[in-house]
Design a protein around this ligand. Sequence first.
Ligand code: SAM
Length: 458
Amino acid sequence: MKNNLKELSFKRGDVVRVKCVDFTFDGQGLAKHLNRVIFVPSLLIGEEAEVEILYRKKDYDIGKITKIITFSPFRINPLCKCATACGGCSFQNLDYQKELEIKKNLAINTLKTVGKISFKFFSPKIIGMDDPIYYRNKMQIPFGYDKQHRLVYGLYKYKSHDIVPINECIISSKEHVSILANIKKLMLEMKIKAYDEDLEKGVLRHVLIRVGKASKEVMVVLIVNEVNFKNKKNFVNELVKLNPEITTVIYNYNLRKTNVILGEKEEVAYGNGYIYDYLLGVKFKISSKSFYQVNHDQCEKLYSLAIQKAMLTKEDDVLDLYCGIGTIGLIAAKYAKKVQGIEIVKEAIIDAKENAKINNINNINFLVGDAKDVLLKKSYDVIFLDPPRKGLDLSLIKQIMNSHPKKIVYVSCDVGTLARDLTYLTKNYNIDSIDFVDMFPRTFHVETVVLLSNRTAK
Ligand SMILES: C[S@@+](CC[C@H](N)C(=O)[O-])C[C@H]1O[C@@H](n2cnc3c(N)ncnc32)[C@H](O)[C@@H]1O
């Protein structure tokens, strides 16, 4: 009763002294004060701080550090100047080795609590990055206006549509810096307006830049709200003069009032409309709408781990479900009898088919389709699953179980949905190993590779 009275006695705007006792799944500090949980971005475990209460919710509060009283020995000075403002990274202020340990423990915790998984018979490793900066080969940068109506580009502030202006993002590849600065310069010179979400007017909404780490090819996609606008052609001509490293420019038309970044229709404005890149010796064609892992070097480690876990033989009939442009399947094909890739995005399958051709890989086939309809027709020895964050449909899990593959290698970018899916899969499958690959250093995300083997196989 006493505590409840005290709880009521602090309110929004108050500054309270707290100690951080844990991290939330998304890398915020979890502190406690008078039985209330307070989420505090950038506060590290063990640190005591004065915190201003910004929002009061029913079950928790959200605070902002005003003064750190005791510092964690793992606190470092962020390399990024906008580390606290932009909210894209959770761990810029934490020693990287400690970050890896924390991410591994957070993921294990979710798998234990949500997935009821026992870690008695295996111990997961986490594969980190040698130099965890400048790794993102793809960025989607919004353009807009600040409160003084000045043209800005940058990253959205955490959970908002306010643009935090950036010159350089420390986790994205260096090519972005000059291309974005030149786009802004040309927009001002040519009087091309950024899209204003409130007024639903203006031209440039987002710029998507994709860089082939190994090929050095650069794609720029200009996402615009008008099909015809003044200086449209000139804009691209001048941009590629200023940045000759750009190998292709695409106009993507998104004329809807929506948060979805890319529109349906596209027009190639310069070059051939795609780039190539290389992973583990295989060449990949990538078009603007196709999924391609954002961290090249860690992606090679991820695929090597997933394929090594599968221990493929020349007898194996393999399914690469959610195959994107065919990356896992094409790399795995030389160890297997044959591979089938399935993917819902038609453009990605066009790339995948071309990728099989340019690499002379003949024991692979690709189909456009929804994952949940595939196993109704055929069964496989080994299945690679690499779904988007929402994980697997229950109907697909049932089909997988009914088709009795010997092994499943589940590659997941969301440990929460993975844990949920494993609660079903483990009814017939043993978990032989779980490991993590840090594809997204400095953010709370982590990639997980799970090897499952069939308990019921004859
Ligand atoms: C995490 S990505 C993995 C792609 C690929 N394995 C890679 O590493 O590049 C997930 C892929 O699943 C595709 N996808 C999403 N929903 C799908 C569905 N219902 N059926 C088939 N593919 C789907 C996405 O388009 C995306 O290419």
